[in-house]
Design a protein around this ligand. Structure first.
Ligand code: FES
Length: 111
């Protein structure tokens, strides 16, 4: 069974509200979103045809894919606009002082 570990990915001051930031944790590209409702993190790759969501737009809590305009709710990862239908993965986010941390699952050593 894998466990989650919080990893520091940015400073709070790196990301004003309404903006998003691509961060890399291990081999994963994760998109950190600072919305009016809080901080969220999702996989940065669209589930429709694998575009980088970081090259799209953040509208309130909606991520708009740059390639075909599919949309995702960054709070839940749910696909909320066609042609995207499958959700993107989500990660827990916490703020510790000036730092933003994301919970990622530890990979087994032999994977
Ligand atoms: Fe994102 Fe098509 S690649 S909607």
């Amino acid at each position: 069974m894998s466990e989650s570990t919080f990893v520091r990915v940015a400073r709070v001051t790196d990301l004003p509200r309404g903006r998003m930031l691509e961060v890399t944790v291990g081999s994963r590209s994760i998109l950190l979103c600072h919305t009016r409702e809080g901080w969220y993190a999702v996989d940065n790759i669209c589930t429709h045809a694998y575009a980088k969501l970081s090259e799209g737009r953040l509208r309130k809590a909606k991520l708009v894919c740059p390639l075909h305009g599919g949309t995702f709710d960054c709070r839940t990862g749910e696909a909320v606009g066609a042609p995207a239908v499958r959700p993107v993965g989500v990660y827990a986010v916490r703020l510790t002082g000036d730092h933003v941390e994301i919970a990622v699952e530890e990979q087994p050593a032999d994977s």
